[in-house]
Structure formats: C-alpha cells, structure tokens
Design a protein around this ligand. Structure first.
Ligand code: G6P
Length: 611
C-alpha cells in the first residue's frame, strides 16, 4: 500500500510524478504529496486523491528536474494534509517518501524527543527521516551511508526514497518488504512502487531486492546492500504495453478488466496448453514438479479473492490429484505455529505478489523446510522471487481494486497445475485429461457468451440497488464463487453481503430471510443440483427474492426464481470461471448505480503490503 514515484533527469519532475502517482493510486488514495527542488526543498501535499494535489499545485512554480511523490493508504495517523507524505527531516534539508511500516518507531521517536526533536505529524515516516538525519549529523557521513546505518536499526517494512536540499542530483532509495523498481532511461532515472509509472519512458528496469540501497547520483546508478557490499545492477527489459494500463474506452478499470477475461484467460493458457497435441506445460514448475506429484498434503495460503481461488483449487486438486489440500488465510497461518511436515508443499496465490501476510507465510513455511510454489500475476514482484517455483497468471495489469480477471486467471493456472500433477501421478485417464484440456480451451468463448448478458444483469441490478443485505449461496465448486460474489458486492457497493454453502443456510442465515432479502444462488447443473434446488425452495417458502445463476436452458429453476441468469454448460470443476462473471457484473452495476467509486472503493487498497 502507498504508491511512491521519484524522478531525476531532464524532464519536469512534477509532470512525471503526478502522472505516475495516478497510475499508482490503486495502492492507496487518501492523500498525496510531492517534493521538488525549486529554489528550496518544497513539499506540497493534500488530503484526498492525486487529482486534488494536482489542483492544489496548479499555478505554483514547480520548475524542478528532481522530485519525489507519494499517494497514501494511512497506517499511522489519520489521512490529512499533515500526515501526508513527503515528510521533512528536522532541519528541513531532507524529504522522504515511504511505503510500509516502521515497527519500532515509537522507541526511536522517544529517543529523538529526548534529544530535542519535535514532530509535526503522527507518522512513523517522519520519525524515520529525523532518525536518518540524526545519524548523518552524528557520523558526519554521506546521505546513503546514513540511510544504511539507519536501516540496520529500524524494524519493519519499507520502500523509501529520500532527496536532499544540498544535492540536486541525488536520490537515495531502499527496500525491505515493500516493492521498489528503478527505471533506467537516457540520462534520467525513475523510482516507483511498480513499473506502471515508468513504462512510457523506458522499459529497462532494475527490481531492488530486500536490504538493497540504490543511489542515483550525477546520472549514475549504484546499488549496495545494508551490509555495505556493492552490487551490480541487474537491468531487465520489461514487456508491458502502455495500453494495458489505460482504460481503453471503458468507464472504469473494473469493467474493462471484467470484459478482458476471454483474452486474459487465453493469454494465461497461450503456449502452455494445446488439447490437440496434448501439450500441457508450465515451465516455471521446473524440477520441483515432482515435489507436488509426491506431496502428502498441499497447503494453499492467500488473502481475499486469491483465497477464494485457493478454495476452488482445493476441490480441483482433491478430485483430480487425490492429494489432501488445506486452504489457509495467510494472516492466520503465519501466526498459529502450523504443523508443516516433510512431504507438505505450499502454494501461495497472489495477484500483486506483494501481500505482506502471504509473503510472511511463505517465509515462515520456508524456514520449516517446505517447498513453495507461487501463482502470481505481477511479474518480478516479491512473492515469485521468494518461492522455489511457480507460474505467472499473465492476466496483464489489474488496476481496479476489486479483483476480477486475476481470479479467473488464477483458476486457469491452478487447474493447469493440478492436471499436470494428476497426469504425472496417474490419477487421471488420458481420455479425461483430453476432455478437461478441451473444456479449458473453450472457457474464453464461454466467458465471452456470459459477457453478452451485461444488459440483462444491469437491469437486475436496478431492482436490487437499494438493498441493504445480500446472501450468496452455492454448493461444491460454486461455494467459493458465492464467497467471491459476496466479497465483490461489499467491496465496491458497501452493501452487506454474505456468502455461504447453500446447505449451511439452515444453520443460521435462514433467519435473515424475509421478503426484502435478495438471495443469489449459483445453481448450475452439477452433482449437487437437486440439493440446491431444495435450498431455493426453502428460500422461496420464506419469501426471499431469488436471483439464480443457472445452466442455459434450465426451465425448472426459472419457474422458482424471480430472475435467472443463464450461463453456458461447462464441466463443473471449471464452472467457477464462468459462474463468477455474472456476479462480477452484478456488483459492478449495483455499485455504479449507488454512485460508488468502483475502482477506488473506500478504505481498501489493491496491494496490501502491511500486516
Ligand atoms: C486486497 C485486494 C484484493 C485482493 C487481496 C489479496 O485486499 O483489495 O482484491 O484479493 O488484497 O491480494 P493479492 O495481491 O495477494 O492477490
């Protein structure tokens, strides 16, 4: 969370930074700020979105070819102008932007207060920059050395960039646990939380590793680690198109990303799966694939929507690979001393590849000897670098805070992994494997068919836009879809929604049902169809308002439900990739009708890099 951008070169820094901050707003958007060297080290900051900062600085002299900027998701101190970044050091000669948390900030703060420091904000970041300056003065050393010494004393996660009044060509940056990318242009450098603010200027980047310090000075980049060991920058060429991070005519990123799914699912399978030749290859599994084949148990850790993808994968792996699977919230797993045995394999799922709890769960499992696989979307992010093996989802950048195309891409990759394992293990027949590969190849076309129902779903949304509660029910493979549908609705429309296994309704949620209560059933024709039909009747008997996602041609449920949404038939194990689409659209339209900001819902952030 929090987006950071910095620039030094020959361009107007504020133009690069403000544009970059807008691209990073998915990481947080409660306040924003910028520091420039324009006749002094000047900081401009404002509560609210980057557009408010842009308005605020209009007409000011912003002439500077060096600068740092920040868009915030508050951790310490409420979102206001004072707590916004950048923050000054005690003398005002240094300014910092920071993403992450300094855990021992209160003891550092007390030490500094004892020395006479005063603080304007409530942030850990201001303490951090005072601390760095204090070391610089005490040790009479360079800024990068002071940063290095400070980093050996702070506890926590950070990506920081610092600029100095005394050095108009210097930026010092460092990371531990929060991402930071250096863009290398011709006589110019960019620093940012991810590559999106950089790609329109250069596709040459260096991903900093934990405990590394990057110094851009007089047009040169040097990197060392906190142990003071110089390192040679590893410059990578990234393959990211500008159009992939723009709205392309859609009103919102979320809608664009929902509609991109036929393509993103195909992209995810491209070069990896071909039913005709029987090709099914994921290069990133490498030599570790046999660890999965021989696993006694698979642990899946993830958060949010990725956790829901993990739940679907649990059913899939158990059915096709006959390996027991446990799906864990990363945040719970890491703190409860879990039993990890030899023969256990862990799969971490994460769109951003940066979620702090997932990353910490990986480190913990690794320290206990587990082999870790990653399923991530953002190439070069922290989780893929922390795992032994894995596969990218290749869904392209997902910018809307509510995850959509990442979910279906995660399911695609997880299904492919499971089929590879099942094939190697001999728990699937050749014929069944061929059938599943063909079905997977057909998913993009089926998703495209569901997207044609957009207008119908919009109409249904009109009927329910003022509801205060929603219940989502599904069974089997569609149970995690119910959870995901409820999550999507509450995230962006702020309507309270719960997902439940349909049969569990009797044990509690049924008490909520009255003539006001919309109940969304994911009731496609699968092995639990008859059972879910009974659950629909139970809701009807209590006058609940039924919206049912059904298999095309289902006349039976149509007679019972107030609204039916017909999706094409697919193998039940793959149905979540199809049945989730109407739920994404339903939540999108309801949120838009309620006037909510669907791409930047309140209090949420896309990449949760704090615990
Ligand atoms: C945040 C996002 C969710 C996402 C979750 C896990 O809560 O708002 O959309 O599902 O983090 O993120 P990850 O990047 O690890 O999949």
């Amino acid at each position: 969370m929090c987006g950071i951008v910095a620039y030094v070169g020959h361009r107007q820094a504020h133009e690069v930074i403000i544009k970059g901050l807008k691209r990073l707003e998915y990481r947080g958007y409660d306040s924003a700020g910028i520091a420039l060297l324009n006749g002094g080290l000047n900081v401009y900051k404002k509560k609210g979105k980057v557009s408010e900062l842009e308005e605020f600085v209009k007409g000011k002299n912003l002439n500077s070819t060096i600068g740092i900027g920040h868009t915030r998701w508050a951790t310490h101190g409420e979102p206001n102008d004072v707590n916004a970044h950048p923050h000054y050091s005690s003398t005002g000669k240094l300014a910092i932007i920071h993403n992450g948390i300094i855990e021992n900030y209160s003891s550092l703060k007390q030490e500094l207060i004892n020395k006479g420091h005063t603080f304007k904000s409530e942030t850990d970041t201001e303490v951090f920059i005072h601390f760095i300056e204090d070391i610089k003065e005490k040790e009479n050393c360079s800024l990068d050395e002071a940063v290095r010494l400070a980093l050996t004393k702070v506890v926590g996660a950070y990506a920081i960039v610092i600029m100095s009044l005394e050095d108009p060509d210097l930026l010092v940056a460092a990371r531990k646990g929060s991402p930071l990318v250096v863009g290398v242009g011709k006589d110019e450098f960019f620093l940012a939380s991810d590559a999106t603010p950089i790609i329109e200027y250069t596709n040459e980047v260096v991903y900093l590793n934990d405990q590394e310090i990057a110094v851009v000075n007089d047009g040169k980049l040097s990197i060392k680690n906190t142990a003071n060991l110089p390192l040679s920058p590893y410059i990578q060429t990234i393959d990211l198109e500008l159009e992939a991070i723009e709205k392309g005519g859609y009103e919102h990123f979320m809608l664009k990303e929902i509609f991109e799914q036929p393509r993103s699912i195909s992209d995810c399978m491209r070069g990896r799966l071909d039913s005709k030749s029987g090709r099914l290859v994921l290069g990133g599994l490498r030599e570790y694939v046999n660890k999965l084949v021989n696993a006694d148990r698979i642990l899946i850790v993830a958060c949010g929507t990725s956790w829901h993808a993990g739940l679907v994968a649990e059913y899939f792996f158990e059915e096709f690979c006959r390996i027991p699977v446990e799906v864990e919230y990363a945040s719970e797993f890491r703190y409860r001393n879990p039993v990890i045995r030899e023969g256990d394999v862990l799969i971490a799922i994460s769109q951003s590849g940066e979620t702090a709890d997932t990353l910490a769960a990986i480190e913990m499992a690794k320290s206990k000897g587990a082999i870790i696989f990653g399923v991530c979307n953002v190439v070069g992010s922290s989780i893929p670098r922390a795992t032994h093996a894995g596969a990218y989802t290749h869904a392209g950048p997902e910018i809307g805070v509510a995850s959509t195309k990442a979910f279906t891409a995660q399911l695609t990759v997880l299904n492919m992994i499971a089929l590879i394992v099942a094939n190697k293990k001999g728990t699937i027949t050749e014929q069944k494997l061929h059938e599943m590969l063909t079905e997977l190849e057909n998913i993009p076309a089926k998703v495209a068919e569901v997207l044609k129902l957009n207008d119908q779903i919009k109409e249904i949304s009109e009927t329910f836009k003022d509801a205060t509660n929603f219940l989502y029910l599904g069974r089997g493979y569609n149970f995690p879809v119910a959870l995901e549908g409820a999550l999507k609705l509450k995230e962006i429309s702020y309507i309270h929604a719960e997902g439940y296994p349909a049969a569990e309704m009797k044990h509690g949620p049924i008490a909520l049902i009255d003539e006001e209560m919309p109940v969304v059933f994911i009731a496609t024709q699968d092995s639990s169809y008859e059972k879910i039909v009974s659950n629909i009747q139970e809701v009807k008997a209590r006058k609940g308002r039924v919206i049912a996602v059904v298999t095309k041609g289902d006349k039976h449920i149509a007679k019972m439900a107030e609204f039916t949404i017909e999706v094409p038939a697919v193998h039940e194990a793959l149905m979540p990739m199809v049945s989730v689409i109407p739920l994404q659209l339903l939540s999108y339209h309801i949120a838009v009708m309620r006037g909510c900001n669907v791409d930047q819902p309140r209090n949420l952030a896309k990449s949760v890099t704090v615990e």
